[in-house]
Design a protein around this ligand. Structure first.
Ligand SMILES: [Zn+2]
Length: 415
């Protein structure tokens, strides 16, 4: 072999090796870039139902758990691993009877859940602190601690007593999802089954929105009926958000927002936090047997699905799991999730989208099944060409802007 030929062969081999190693390390590089970004920007998840586990008293947030069907999806060690700085912990109350006894039980349960988040903070003061402002979140991020925001999922604990908005505000609540699975005194729900007529926001509901605006509480559109969403968007003086919802155009589910709602949300200055619930991201392929079994289960538990009785709720969940084991449903992936983010970015811009997982409340997809796997979302954003600045907005900048606007609106009201 002459020298010239040897040189060119060496050159070609070197190129091949370089090419092969690039292909191999590309994924690793992306993950490394994602981890660096998570270290450098404020990352916020606007919805989890982990307090449901906390009030049972068996779940230790300081311990690292395994995920899986019965394991928790959020704990402090995995929040750190996943580079998640701030979490909105939901004090979730299922919809019950609209009676004085119902309101009292709901209020007691919401308070108990807030207690549980506070107990977590006092048990692990070196790891996590309660947060109520964007400044708190920034300060805690710089200190290497997690920020625990508190939201209420369902305005039912407010009952018909407007003064309770202030009670919850004083306890640190900074977001209120006005309803949950059924209609309440504030507004109608996207998934009410017994009374399908959509009457939107009630007069009392308008007063609740005004009170949230006056105090500085973010109003949450997730779970609201169409008319309720439009009524809130029309009535709120401050930006609002959807803490865990996705895009109706990509997945036709009543919990998702339509293009028209998204455009109005942009006008309002608000943000939609794309949710990691598989059935909000991707329409499952039809399976009549599964649908029938789910419908029967729904009927069977129609009056107790939102029951305060944990035993009943557990039984329902177990039966639902059995149905899914028998008729498996293909889960959505991180790519499906980022398709929803892309869609919102193209429709109303990168300033109006974020992420709200619904971990421990039904959230979890292939590639991001628990909080420790959050950088995988950032990997997909990088792969699609999002800049660090845009990723910072999506991961927390946008929703913190909304919270800041809400606080400033309130300050303008009271000063
Ligand atoms: Zn929810």
């Amino acid at each position: 072999m002459n020298d010239k030929r040897r040189v060119s062969l060496i050159g070609i081999s070197a190129l091949l090796i370089l090419f092969a190693s690039c292909a191999g390390t590309n994924e690793a590089d992306l993950l490394e870039r994602a981890r660096v970004i998570h270290d450098e920007v404020l990352t916020v998840d606007t919805h989890c139902d982990t307090p449901m586990r906390l009030i049972r008293g068996e779940y230790d947030m300081g311990e690292r758990h395994e995920s899986g069907a019965r394991g928790g999806k959020i704990d402090l060690p995995r929040m750190k691993e996943g580079g998640l700085d701030a979490e909105f912990f939901a004090a979730f109350v299922g919809q019950g009877e609209l009676t004085p006894e119902g309101y009292a039980a709901a209020r007691e349960r919401a308070d108990r859940m807030i207690d549980a988040v506070e107990e977590m903070c006092s048990r692990y003061p070196e790891l996590v602190e309660k947060a109520t402002t964007p400044e708190d979140a920034e300060r805690l991020e710089n200190a290497g601690k997690r920020a625990a925001f508190i939201g209420i999922e369902n305005g039912y604990p407010i009952g018909r007593d407007l003064g309770l908005v202030k009670h919850f505000f004083d306890r640190g609540v900074r977001s209120i999802t006005l309803c949950h699975g059924g209609d309440n005194d504030i507004c109608d729900s996207a998934t009410e089954r017994r009374n399908p007529e959509d009457e939107g926001l009630s007069e009392f509901g308008r007063a609740v929105v005004e009170e949230c605006n006056r105090l500085g509480v973010m109003v949450d559109l997730s779970h609201l009926s169409e008319r309720s969403i439009y009524d809130v968007l029309e009535h709120s003086r401050a930006p609002v958000f959807a803490s865990h919802s996705s895009v109706r155009a990509l997945c036709d589910h009543p919990r998702n927002l339509t293009d028209d709602m998204l455009k109005k949300l942009k006008e309002n200055g608000g943000v939609i936090q794309i949710c990691l619930v598989s059935s909000f991201l991707k329409t499952p392929e039809p399976n009549p047997e599964r649908d029938k079994a789910r419908e029967e289960l729904r009927e069977q538990y129609s009056t107790s699905a939102d029951s305060e009785d944990e035993g009943v709720r557990d039984r329902m969940r177990q039966e639902y799991r059995r149905i899914l084991e028998k008729h498996p449903m293909e889960r959505a992936t991180v790519k499906d999730l980022v398709n929803h983010i892309d869609y919102v970015v193209r429709l109303i811009g990168v300033a109006h989208v974020g992420i709200g997982t619904d971990f421990d409340g039904g959230g979890g997809i292939d590639g991001c099944d628990h909080v420790g796997e959050m950088p995988n979302i950032t990997v997909e954003l990088l792969r699609r060409g999002y800049s660090k600045e845009d990723i910072a907005k999506i991961w927390g900048g946008n929703v913190m802007r909304v919270l800041r606007d809400v606080i400033e609106t309130a300050a303008g009201t009271t000063s």
